[in-house]
Design a protein around this ligand. Structure first.
Ligand code: GLN
Length: 485
């Protein structure tokens, strides 16, 4: 048996049955990471010694009879979540030497549940991007074709899961950063409802959009991780006090009678034909499994992109003000304070981050604030209301995740608008604050994975995961593996 292909569920079963120890599987993962990471660049930091210590501790806990949901399971963490004692860069040179003294709430919950942290994964700087090419630590390569991007911004986490460099990984999704790389890497990516998982300790990008999500090999694994990380947190006033379900227990394989809406605005000119047909076939599969399918309309879909690219940079420009060379991170001394700010930020931030700070600062400046930011917020409300109306008629909305399969490294870097278009189908979900998941539903002629997106009502992760799990019981797309030398 090759341990690296283990799902969380299989790892827990094997650990519980004493077929292998956590130290044993952790070692195998670390060896594979050292073999493949020099080419894939999925990890920025590998947590060798500490991971083995955690594995040893997990084995000791198991010997005492402990049985927490992630006990001894090796996972990876997007490097934008603060990890106590473990370098956290946010993909930026400005935080190259930053070692947090505390854990993000989601990380603390994983730690308490017994997870082993293999390392921190690569991302677009401050989670701004769709290809992981904006990282200050080099691009991550797509395990299915190393000349192509893994998607972004959680590209390192997606590549690590797809290449079996971990059992599962945490990511974050502000406009699609869990679902889009999951689709391009052929794995499962869950973006939970805004407020379901605490953002405390997540290095902020767009605070009204940011969510902590899960990249996994199966929907069931995503459910297992969600049950651990979800829940209200006094340290995040936007985390919501609704009960956390036992998500894995809710996966009963049945979707009979579920109403699925297919928005016509999500099938547009210029999409790759193979994506359209695979997604349509996935929806047909759901119909055969007992769901009813209904065409619906979300007429404001086309304005989600401009609305997002006003709100997200506006919030980012405020959030990133804290990287000033004074509090923590890089400091490039100047002649005076203003000069120090300028030199530090000039040297520490990459081009895309600077672009977003300028866009956001402009949109928030006196005289433009009403015309851009306020107007964008009003349209955001309309988008949210359209989803609410749609969910009066249907339980779940199905659509493509991305207009194309993985594109070539370098293909879109010089054209920000083309890059932004990679997220047209994922952004609306964040603007509306609802939940969504990407699951593998096919491959194109070049053997590149295609994702099916399912979107659910706010806090209806149960139905979302149930349908994704049921689909994976009937299909094998999620079980295909890239060939890696
Ligand atoms: N690609 C989008 C952006 O660049 C979304 C990123 C994300 O979800 N973090 O903003």
């Amino acid at each position: 048996m090759t341990f690296c292909t283990l799902t969380i569920q299989q790892a827990r079963e094997g650990l519980r049955a004493r077929q292998f120890s956590s130290v044993e599987i952790t070692r195998v993962f670390l060896t594979r990471i050292h073999e493949l990471n020099p080419t894939l660049n999925a990890y920025i930091t590998v947590n060798d010694d500490e991971a083995l210590a955690q594995a040893l501790a997990a084995d000791a806990r198991m010997a005492r009879g402990d049985d927490t949901p992630l006990l001894g399971v090796p996972i990876a963490i997007k490097d934008v979540l603060s990890t106590r004692g473990l370098r956290t860069t946010a993909g930026s040179r400005i935080l190259e030497n930053y070692v947090p003294t505390w854990d993000a709430t989601s990380i603390k919950r994983l730690r308490d549940a017994g997870a082993v942290f293999l390392g921190k994964t690569n991302l677009d700087e401050f989670a701004m991007g769709s290809s992981t090419e904006n990282s200050g630590y080099g691009v991550t390569r797509n395990p299915w074709d190393q000349t192509r991007v893994p998607g972004g911004s959680s590209g390192g986490s997606a590549a690590a899961v797809a290449a079996d460099l971990c059992c599962a990984a945490l990511g974050t999704d502000t406009g699609g950063s869990v679902r889009q790389p999951a689709a391009l890497c052929g794995i499962t990516g869950l973006k939970d409802t805004y407020g379901r998982v605490s953002r405390n300790g997540l290095i902020a990008y767009g605070s009204s959009l940011d969510t902590v999500g899960v990249l996994a090999k199966t929907a069931r694994d995503a459910a297992i991780v969600l049950s651990v990380i979800a829940g209200c947190d006094p340290l995040d006033s936007t985390s919501v006090d609704t009960p956390v379900a036992d998500y894995p227990a809710a996966l009963n394989g049945s979707i009979a009678g579920l109403r699925i809406g297919v928005p016509r605005e999500y099938f547009i000119d210029g999409m790759q034909a193979e994506v359209t047909s695979a997604v349509r076939a996935g929806i047909e599969q759901l119909r055969q499994m007992g769901a009813t399918i209904k065409e619906i309309s979300l007429p404001s879909t086309h304005v989600a992109l401009p609305v997002y690219y006003l709100i997200a940079p506006a919030e980012a420009s405020a959030n990133l003000a804290r990287f000033d060379g004074v509090r923590y991170g890089l400091r490039v001394p100047g002649n005076d304070l203003i000069d120090t700010y300028g030199k530090t930020r000039g040297a520490g931030f990459g081009a895309e981050v600077k672009r977003r700070i300028m866009l956001g600062t402009y949109a928030l400046s006196a005289g433009y604030y009403d015309a851009y930011y306020i107007r964008a917020q009003k349209v955001r409300t309309l988008i949210k209301q359209e989803f609410e109306r749609a969910f009066d008629e249907v339980d779940i909305i199905a659509s493509p995740v991305t207009p194309t399969t993985a594109f070539k490294i370098g293909e879109k870097v010089d054209d920000p608008i083309q890059m932004y278009l990679a997220d047209v189908f994922t952004l609306p979900c964040n603007l509306a604050g609802i939940c969504g998941i990407s699951i593998p539903c096919g491959f194109d002629a070049a053997n590149l994975p295609i994702g099916l997106q399912l979107m659910g009502k706010a806090f209806d992760e149960i139905n979302l995961l149930r349908i994704a799990d049921a689909y994976q019981n009937e299909t094998s797309w999620h079980m295909r593996k890239p060939v890696l030398s």
